[in-house]
Design a protein around this ligand. Structure first.
Ligand code: FAD
Ligand code: NAI
Length: 506
């Protein structure tokens, strides 16, 4: 293997890997303390303190935080741009299209109601995609700027762990005291439904469709299916969602899920629940799907112009050399970690979509920060009970903490407070009255255990309750907090008041 000089000058030969960190040298927190003077001097001569593999929100944030804490950091990324799935083909381009398509729908269907008359509205899909590209480009360049600012070395190419303490990129091996696997996830394929990213697409293809399909069939009534289904429905497609289970976004609080289905149905979504897709054929005219009841029964066919397969994502661990270095995986093919992101191999850690837990950008980021702090000898920590989940449809759906079903299942006595946006003055002024806020609190202590919101800007409103849960607040704490009038946030206050049966405006 070549001993190439990288821009950092830290390339080493594969024969001289940096020794893996000794388990005997743990910091006060019980985690590896890597920032003592001796180590720093050693590493600056022979390699990096940390090499992060993958520059998604988990990896790039971990790299930045580690650099802030004085560690010498490299990040390996095989894409041409930084930012991972989230910035390139996930959160950001999907939200750009959601926002643009919302404007289009408003112009076509809603502005006249506000007394704003516009001439015939036309769709310039090419411009919409171009704008999305500009948004993505600005974001990924922003991460590149942050790497330069924090003196993080970007090792361009595919990273492979060739030994504990050694990462190989192309022909060059780099030594690192700690290696962080942050390689994210990929779409799950459905047997019998071959993706070509034109007629049968994953989310990546669905973000790039060159024309609005007449009929889009989405397989999977989860977050991707409903967000991207919303984009194309707003732009004029008929959208049918085929979902295996009896409800949408199955992890969602049931009451919220039912309201969500009803509201999306009113918007024109068609749902085929308890149904599975068992095959697909394509020709010039479109796609023919074979559908069967989930519980078994007679098959039928459904025609589509485009089919979006959105049945979940799986950890991306291919070509990393994990089996060779002995990194253990869990039963779902994710990198197995302890509560502090350590794998079973000393000095190899993992965060983000590649490990257990919600596949969310902000969860990956929190883990990135916590791990960087652990690697610097601090006590990094993630509170998994206070991670919000948001579906960016309109209305938005947002949740944090436990659902009513989860509380029942663990025998927790609880109180419920609910408040509809119909009774919120600001929502009425906006003309967005669908949905409600629901707060769940401990029956005895009143501590907030969960909150579930469907309604305008739910994704922003949930932040208040995330903070409440983080601080261990009670519903009364929220109820006694002054909320500006007229604001959507008043619906949160009213729901908190409703926990004690004392909502004022209903
Ligand atoms: P990723 O972002 O997947 O990054 C991993 C990176 O590692 C990739 O850039 C990959 O190229 C690189 N890589 C992999 N293997 C190697 C290797 N061997 N060498 C070098 N580089 C490698 N989450 C939200 O919270 N909010 C949203 O609104 C949201 N919207 C989404 C919309 C879509 C369409 C999709 C698909 C996902 C969305 N997500 C959203 C999920 C979010 O994108 C992920 O949870 C998040 O990106 C995970 O971050 P990560 O750092 O773990 O991995
Ligand atoms: P998902 O897990 O949200 O939903 C997949 C859905 O497909 C489930 O409802 C499941 O029951 C269904 N399903 C599975 N197999 C099926 C089959 N054979 N036939 C029919 N239905 C089937 O997964 P999705 O939507 O692909 O998203 C992947 C991940 O990306 C999610 O975990 C999510 O967290 C993340 N994401 C987050 C977003 C956000 O935070 N706003 C936006 C988009 C994605």
């Amino acid at each position: 293997m070549a001993v190439m000089g990288a821009s950092s000058g830290f390339a080493v030969s594969s024969q001289a890997p940096c020794a893996p960190p000794s388990l005997a040298r743990r910091g006060a927190s019980g985690h590896e303390a890597t920032n003592d003077q001796q180590d720093a001097a050693f590493m600056s001569e022979t390699g990096f303190d940390v090499i992060v593999i993958g520059a998604g929100p988990g990896g790039y944030v971990c790299a930045i935080r580690a650099a802030q804490l004085g560690l010498k950091v490299a990040c390996v990324e095989k894409r041409d741009t930084l930012g991972g799935t989230c910035l390139n083909i996930g959160c950001i381009p999907s939200k750009a299209l959601l926002h643009s398509s919302e404007h289009y729908e408003e112009a076509v269907h809603k502005l006249a109601d506000h007394g704003v008359n516009v001439g015939p509205v036309t769709l310039d899909l090419e411009r919409m995609h171009a704008r999305k590209g500009e948004v993505v480009s600005a974001n990924v360049k922003g991460v590149e700027f942050l790497f330069k600012k924090n003196k993080i070395t970007w090792l361009k190419g595919e990273g492979r762990i060739t030994a504990p303490g050694q990462v190989t990129v192309g022909d060059t091996a780099y030594a690192a005291k700690n290696i962080v696997i942050a390689t994210g996830s990929d779409s799950i394929n459905l047997p019998g439904v071959a993706v070509d990213e034109k007629q049968i697409v994953t989310s990546t293809g669905a973000l790039e469709l060159a024309a609005v399909p007449k009929h889009l069939v989405v397989i999977g009534g989860g977050v991707i299916g409903l967000e991207l289904g919303s984009v194309w429905r707003r732009l004029g497609a008929e959208v049918t969602v085929v979902e295996f289970l009896d409800r949408l976004v199955p992890t969602m609080d049931n009451e919220l899920g039912k309201a969500f289905e009803r509201i999306l149905g009113k918007q024109g979504f068609k749902f085929r629940l308890k149904t599975k897709v068992t095959g697909a054929t394509t020709d010039d005219t479109g796609v023919t799907l074979t559908l069967e009841p989930a519980a078994g029964g007679a098959a039928e066919t459904l025609q589509a112009d485009v089919v979006l397969v959105a049945i979940g994502r799986r950890a991306h661990t291919a070509s990393l050399g994990l089996a060779e270095v002995g990194v253990a995986m869990d039963d779902r093919g994710r990198v197995a970690t302890d509560g502090h992101f350590a794998t079973n191999v000393p000095g190899i850690w993992a965060i983000g979509d590649v490990i257990a837990g919600a596949m969310l950008a902000h969860k990956a980021e929190e883990e990135g920060v916590a791990l960087a702090e652990i690697l610097a000898g601090q006590t990094g920590h993630v509170n998994y009970g206070a991670i919000p989940g948001v579906v960016y449809t309109w209305p938005e759906v947002a949740s944090v903490g436990e659902t009513e079903e989860e509380l029942k299942a663990r025998g927790q006595a609880y109180k419920v407070g609910k408040f509809p946006f119909m009774a919120n003055a600001r929502a009425r002024a906006m003309g967005d009255v669908d949905g409600f806020v629901k707060i769940l609190a401990d029956k005895d202590t009143d501590k907030v255990l969960g909150a579930h919101i469907i309604g305008p800007d739910a994704g922003t409103l949930i932040a208040e309750i995330v903070l409440a849960i983080e601080f261990g607040a009670s519903s009364e704490d929220i109820a006694r907090t002054c909320h500006a009038h007229p604001s959507l946030n008043e619906a949160v206050k009213e729901a908190a008041l409703a926990v004690e049966g004392r909502a004022l405006h209903i």
